[in-house]
Design a protein around this ligand. Sequence first.
Ligand code: NAI
Ligand code: MG
Length: 360
Amino acid sequence: MRRKITVLPGDGIGKEVTRGAIEILEAVAERYGHEFEFQYGEIGGTAIDNSGTPLPDETIELCKSSDAVLLGAVGGPKWDNQPSHLRPERGLLAIRKQLNLYANLRPISYFSSLAESSPLRKEIIEEVDFVIVRELTGGLYFGKPSERTTHEGKEAVVDTLFYQKDEIKRIIELAFELASKRKKRVTSVDKANVLESSRLWRETAEEVAAHYPEVELEHMLVDNAAMQLIRNPRQFDVMVTENMFGDILSDEASVLTGSLGMLPSASLSTEGPNLFEPIHGSAPDIAGKNIANPIAMILSAASMLRLSFGLEEEAEAVEKAVKDTLDSGARTGDIAGGQTSTLTTKEMIAEIKGAILDQA
Ligand code: NAI
Ligand code: MG
């Protein structure tokens, strides 16, 4: 199979971990006889420095001319005090909108060898296996107006939570499709006791559920969901929610498995290429030190193989290589627990790459 992949390393550890994903994909290509062509683009702070904008038009053109996009992470203290149109995170919001990436899938699963690096007890996190489906191109992060203003002569501010019903419907349908292939349970998270938008969300979920009699639908208020994630995360199969709620809950869920550095995500497009990125940011505190955990990025590349290229066997080979590498005791600092000897980013990448080639 021949595929063209746009790689957007971004800032900070984004550059270090994307190199890992590429090495792993090259190993997959070698083992299975595929040809992956990589083309590189700029986004975030790096793009601001070089082109004066967080998402240059050439980057979007590159993405649209490829079969899938891999993104590292953006941001850093260097750009924190910029006006908002010159902030790296603007590049993220813009690429989601321009590639119509309406759904962000964040699988949360338990690695038995990492039980000791979770702050929660093993009995609580054992066998955890669910997916958060976050709406990505609407809701509070995109609604207009979003601005500083004045009200009755005093300083004020407004953000807007706006959805068209069709946007709610398509993300909930995706959650039901996923659940129908998994444990057949959808938890729809909202704040229907307060927000009108959540009441439409809830009604829409009921309408979609009527077409999936085999899938059970449960509604949960977002504050309760935040608590249930810690009390009993095993109850979840597919959780679907609004953009900001999903942002917050998925970061919370990330601690279940031990480290942000372990969690991949997939952003699906209504047309065009899908985008795959780790859920973590650019980690300025450890950037450039060759100690970042590359696994979230590598598992994102595995999702790309599965969801964009239909290469299930190859995706599983990467996931197995990660699991075997962890089982062998290999750890980067973030997942080391009490262990004193840790691997660098490059060493971890080499271990996982070796595990892929060894399986052959
Ligand atoms: P962060 O995810 O970059 O880091 C949070 C903590 O987790 C840090 O202590 C970091 O060292 C650690 N960490 C994250 N990824 C790791 C990895 N792969 N291996 C080992 N440790 C890891 O979030 P933070 O610090 O809130 O944000 C830093 C910058 O990243 C900000 O500019 C923020 O806006 C941006 N950001 C970008 C995102 C993206 O590109 N999708 C997502 C979240 C934040
Ligand atoms: Mg976040």
